[in-house]
Design a protein around this ligand. Structure first.
Ligand code: ADP
Length: 495
């Protein structure tokens, strides 16, 4: 592994935007407060950003309300909106390198991942939703009686959006893209750990012609700014992404205020099932990616690796060797596969779960400790002999910790894979089409990846069964989150 203790590379980017974006203007918070945002490679402060609280959320909601009620955004032709969204995407594409650097600096993911995967994915998603903007239409309905009946699909209004820190730009895109395509206005709160890239992108969106007040960005904390959005009487819809516990709070705040509809994208403990016919080398590589991608900080991480007993021993040996080869270090360095965890809380939590694993007598095959003495790096860790009732097999660890369980029968693994409160995703690795079909249908999860994992195309829906969430993002399905249907009834013969 690359040494995480070497001096970190200076990122090729500056921090230009640290204020709140309200009504098209960068402004300080009403209280004048700021909070530091950190470099996870060192724990050092990158910048101080304005801290939004209730009063700032109120101002942002007023601006969004005005931009919705008075226009021009929802009143523009859909084609004009589409053109603006395309320009937004193009400007982001033009500034991809700086944005990728800022993303990596603020959340520690490999620069190559930011630049080659996430920025292109962001741009593609806005192109995709720009394409939808002028293809949203209602129906004419054959009612009983002499009526002309039609449905209008209208934007909901002011959308409140609360996003997490693991994919700051991608989460922004999944929420903002469909909301804007449908003609809504937005108050978005970034995660307190990662406020920087959304501000930069929102600035580019203003330059691209997005009218003032359509997209407002609040940096700040959950219990203050986040809760103010979720409980605001003038926010018409809230979309949240984060932990299941916080999702419950958001749903409650929405219910206690104005019953705004809520979509939730929450935690997961996704099974990755390696069947007896698997090519073990390929299965190891994919299972490794499914868990370790993004420092293991994915809600859909394949975090319960079920391996058939026939290939189990070989799989363990190779999974361990693969984890030990994983290149961990400064995410700005070429070839680095894994950077630091996001912050001290997550870092401590991951190490705590590793201890639980050891205490519960799972076999620690490799890793298990922090890497270096600076920043929040964790060794790629593999546990074998994991049992379903161990904490490391039940809770979301959100770190580079692979837990491997043995199975011997398809019905048995289906039952075990489904015995979880979560249902976000699942992975299946097999050459047998019947096995693939059986598992895809039996697994209670919003996404089943067969012989692939983490394919996040803009058109593919994503979301959770059970306590992994409510609603779907991306694809055509996300439009439903940001539209409401109006039935219009007119007698055929009018007075
Ligand atoms: P994580 O544990 O992954 O940081 P959280 O669910 O705490 O996940 O955070 C996800 C997002 O939810 C962040 O933007 C955070 O600020 C926000 N958040 C946290 N607590 C609340 C709350 N009580 N109300 C609204 N939003 C919140």
């Amino acid at each position: 592994t690359a040494a995480a203790t070497e001096e970190p590379i200076v990122p090729p980017v500056q921090v230009n935007y640290t204020q709140l974006l309200i009504d098209g203007q960068f402004v300080d918070s009403a209280s004048g407060k700021t909070f530091p945002t950190f470099d996870p490679r060192t724990g050092e402060v990158i910048a101080n950003v304005a801290e939004g609280e209730t009063e700032d959320v109120n101002r942002a909601v007023s601006a969004a309300r005005k931009a919705f009620d008075e226009g021009p955004w929802p009143k523009m032709t859909a084609y004009e909106r589409s053109r603006i969204l395309l320009r937004c995407a193009d400007l982001v594409e033009k500034h991809s390198d700086e944005l990728a650097a800022l993303e990596t600096w603020n959340c520690g993911k490999p620069y190559e991942q930011s630049a080659k995967a996430e920025l292109p994915m962001f741009v593609r998603l806005f192109h995709y939703y720009a394409g939808w903007a002028d293809k949203i239409h209602g129906l004419t309905v054959p009612a009983d009686g002499p009526y002309h009946v039609q449905t209008l699909h209208e934007p909901i209004g002011v959308a409140g959006q609360i996003i997490p820190w693991n994919f700051p730009l991608i989460m922004f895109a999944w929420k903002v893209g469909p909301a804007l395509a449908c003609g809504n206005t937005i108050v978005l709160k970034t995660a307190e750990q990662t406020p920087l890239t959304a501000l930069y992108v929102a600035k580019l969106f203003q330059e691209a012609g997005l009218p003032p007040g359509v997209l407002n960005i609040i940096s700040g904390f959950g219990p203050t700014a986040g809760a103010a959005i979720a409980s605001h009487m003038d926010v018409d819809k809230v979309a949240f992404r984060g932990s299941t516990d916080t999702g419950k709070i958001v749903l409650e705040l929405a219910a206690k205020s104005n019953l705004k509809p809520v979509t939730l994208e929450l935690g997961g403990k996704s099974p990755f099932i390696v069947c007896e016919d698997a090519d073990v080398d390929k299965a190891v590589e994919l299972a490794h990616f499914a868990l370790f991608f993004n420092q293991g900080q994915c809600c859909c991480a394949g975090s319960r690796t079920y391996v058939h007993e026939r290939v189990y021993d070989e799989f363990i040996e190779k999974a361990k060797a693969r984890a030990m080869r994983r290149v961990v270090g400064d995410p700005f360095k070429k070839g680095v596969e894994q950077g630091p965890q996001i912050d001290p809380e997550q870092f401590d939590k991951v190490l705590r779960y590793i201890r639980y694993g050891i205490e519960s007598n799972a076999t620690l095959e490799c890793g298990g400790e922090r890497l270096g003495s600076k920043g929040f790096y964790v060794q790629p860790t593999v546990f074998s002999n994991v049992q379903d009732d161990m904490l490391i097999a039940k809770d979301e660890i959100f770190g580079p910790v692979q837990t491997i369980l043995k199975f011997n029968d398809l019905d048995d693994v289906i039952k075990r894979a489904n015995t979880t409160r979560y249902g976000l995703a699942a992975g299946v690795f097999t050459k047998n089409l019947n096995t693939a079909n059986t598992l895809s249908r039996a697994l209670r999860a919003g996404t089943v990846w067969v012989n692939c994992f983490d394919v996040f195309d803009a058109a593919i829906p994503f979301g959770g069964y059970k306590m992994s969430g409510i609603g779907r993002e991306k694809g055509i399905y996300s439009l439903n989150n940001y539209l409401q249907v109006k039935g219009i009834v007119t007698p055929l013969k009018n007075p």
